[in-house]
Ligand binder design. Structure first.
Ligand code: F6R
Ligand code: MG
Ligand code: MG
Length: 371
């Protein structure tokens, strides 16, 4: 925990109840979050904030000078979620009220308590653009492919070749969520090793990226809600913060990978593969309707300016992403035709954290050994 002249961007999110099933937040939840964070700003806990949402997840985007993992910041987010659950979600009987708040008491840090967290502390440059990605109906490994493309693939990021500032490459921190271990790998030197791991996004998840000279470049949430809770209580829908420009990938290079709606796990009952569809923050696109999905991602662009947030710009609210949305719908149609069959349904290993084991348990006694 630190207090410094460096700025920290903290994004803390939770599903604390949704309108008409699991598909979108209620405007009163957004209103209440704005009130709570405004109070946090007046009390000097945070410098600035923006409340956003994707599908059924409420997203608190905050700036401050207190560093990552700061208990005041985490407490503000936790109290905000609790208050909205009590005053809005339960009162309106929204579906799954308080679903991501896994414990009754706050113990200093929201990690492991249900909400998802991505934080990045950095020294502000002359001008500091960031893009915040927020996804619903999927899991943290969904950033592996786009983050690799942004920071290690010259076919996506021209700057890796053209700009001497990016030429030395980036270091990726990868978490093994099964073993609870982490490894750092440098690109381009170790890109094959990196791909060997992150090609399995269910187990290996990129958590942080730095430029090879140590400049913080990206931070992703890595909580696996299902593993924490020991049983399925909703997908751990992830967030990711990416810094851009002037020696880092350009904003256009940062959002380019999302023109490919790659297939991610999540969707209906957290148990199906589906395309990650880039959508506007606006409710016209930002709600998981079809088969509780398909999984989707919202991107907001900000300038971080003397500890404050200038913006946002709704990055995927652009005809430039219409084809990606169309392609996502085609992939969704194709996968849906598989019904309960793999590869639409997740493989058995991933299903371990859903309610399927209960069904298997029921059938256990009826399996006869073959001669
Ligand atoms: C929740 C989700 C949904 C639910 C589904 C069943 O984040 O992704 O697809 O899993 O709607 O929900 P229950 O079991 O609450 O009826
Ligand atoms: Mg929900
Ligand atoms: Mg969700």
């Amino acid at each position: 925990m630190s207090s410094s002249n460096k700025t920290t961007v903290s994004v803390i999110k939770a599903d604390i109840g949704s309108l008409a099933g699991h598909h979108r937040v209620h405007p009163k939840q957004i209103e209440a979050a704005n009130e709570s964070l405004e109070k946090g700003k007046i009390d000097g806990i945070i410098n600035d904030f923006y409340v956003s949402h994707v599908g059924d997840d409420l997203e608190l985007i905050m700036t401050h000078y207190k560093g990552e993992d700061n208990s005041d910041i985490h407490k503000l987010a936790w109290d905000t979620f609790i208050e909205i659950t009590e005053k809005v979600s339960k009162k309106l009987k929204l579906y799954g009220a308080g679903q991501d708040l896994l414990t009754d008491s706050f113990s200093g840090n929201v990690k492991g308590m249900g909400p998802g967290v991505a934080e990045i502390e950095f020294e502000e440059r002359k001008s500091d653009p960031i893009v915040i990605f927020m996804a619903d109906k999927t899991s943290p490994g969904c950033w592996n492919l786009p983050l690799y493309k942004i920071f290690a693939d010259p076919f996506n990021t021209a700057g890796l070749i053209i700009d001497p500032g990016l030429h030395e490459g980036f270091k990726f921190d990868v978490l093994d969520v099964m073993e609870g271990k982490s490894v750092s790998l440098k690109c381009p030197e170790e890109s094959y090793d990196l791909l060997a791991l992150i090609g399995d996004p269910n187990r290996y998840i990129i958590s942080k990226i730095e430029r090879n000279d140590g400049m913080p470049a990206a931070s992703a949430s890595t909580t696996r809600l299902s593993l924490i809770a020991g049983k399925y209580v909703g997908k751990d829908d992830p967030v990711c913060i990416v810094r851009a420009q002037h020696g880092l990938p350009a904003v256009g290079e940062v959002i380019e990978p999302f023109t490919f709606p790659h297939i991610v796990p999540g969707w209906m009952r957290g148990s199906h593969n589906g395309p990650l569809m880039p959508v506007s923050e606006d409710f016209s696109q930002n709600k998981c309707t079809r088969f509780d999905g398909p999984p989707r991602v919202v991107a907001l662009g900000f300038q971080v300016s003397n500890g404050r947030l200038v913006g946002p710009s709704d990055m995927f609210a652009d005809p430039g992403f219409d084809h990606a949305r169309m392609k996502a719908n085609e992939i969704a149609d194709f996968l849906r035709l598989h019904g309960p069959f793999i590869p639409h349904r997740l493989g058995s290993e991933e299903m371990e954290y859903t309610t399927l084991p209960l069904v298997m348990d029921k059938l256990k006694e009826r399996f006869k050994t073959m001669d």
